[in-house]
Design a protein around this ligand. Structure first.
Ligand code: PGA
Length: 248
């Protein structure tokens, strides 16, 4: 069965004190009817895991290296994140694809390393505004999916997030019809690639998800949750999104 997921991506934001929001989430959503994950910066992963030990909230990371260990100054491996208690890792976020020129092949190797370490990779993909305006959104996204997702993935080992680059942090979102079109295409391609398992892979939408638009987005077929940036930083902003997903 396909699982619903509300995932928060804190990016390079948050301090130890910010972890208080995890207590509120745990209290509000003991039994949310959906999975909840917060992906804080690396220095907060261990304290976040400890803080969430008894609750429904899971912790994720925002990136990992492809190797298990070695001379890669500044990097962190999937095995290390797993040891710290993380359950998820975001890979291929457009900010990393752009700032660190990560390719689809890099993203696939990171996702595979995550799966080997028993982390669930949240593989991000999405078109630029220029690609959308040129009518190229679907081919771009489908190509990213094909080349960024490891062979043999299942609903238990992979989450995919569609995040149009132009919707991230801008307050702009695609029309509901555009989101539906992309998610239907991604579902079709996942089924083609993975057979019946493709039906079970959780598909998130990300990009300016807020309390005010979450219910409409979650009503779209094949949208199984959200990857939320800005609105995941406080319980006040994130809780209504989790509540909307749980009610969807
Ligand atoms: P946003 O970011 O919700 O702030 O638009 C989403 C993301 O980058 O994952």
């Amino acid at each position: 069965m396909r699982r619903k997921l509300a995932a928060g991506n804190w990016k390079m934001n948050g301090k130890l004190a910010s972890l208080e929001m995890l207590d509120s989430l745990s209290q509000s959503f003991g039994d949310a009817g959906c999975d909840i994950a917060i992906c804080p910066p690396a220095h907060l992963i261990l304290p976040a895991v400890e803080r969430c030990a008894s609750g429904a909230v899971r912790i994720g990371a925002q990136d990992c290296h492809t190797a298990e260990k070695g001379a890669f100054t500044g990097d962190i491996s999937a095995v290390m994140l797993r040891e710290a208690g993380a359950d998820y890792v975001i890979v291929g976020h457009s900010e990393r694809r752009a700032a660190y020129t990560e390719t689809d092949a890099d993203v696939m190797h990171k996702a595979a390393a995550a799966q080997t370490a028993n982390l669930i990779p949240i593989v991000c993909l999405g078109e630029s505004l220029a690609e959308r305006e040129a009518g190229q959104a679907l081919p771009v996204i489908r190509s990213q999916l094909k080349h960024s997702v490891p062979a043999g993935s299942t609903g238990a080992t992979l989450v995919v997030a569609y995040e149009p680059i132009w919707a991230i942090g801008t307050g702009k979102i695609p029309t509901m019809a555009q989101i539906a079109e992309v998610h239907a295409a991604l579902r079709q391609d996942l089924k083609t690639a993975f057979g019946a398992a493709g039906q079970d892979i959780t598909l998130l939408y990300g990009g300016s998800v807020k309390a005010g638009n979450a219910a409409d987005i979650f009503a779209i077929s094949d949208v199984d949750g959200a990857l939320v940036g800005g609105a995941s930083l406080t319980a006040e902003d994130f809780s209504p999104i989790v509540a909307a997903l749980s009610a969807a």
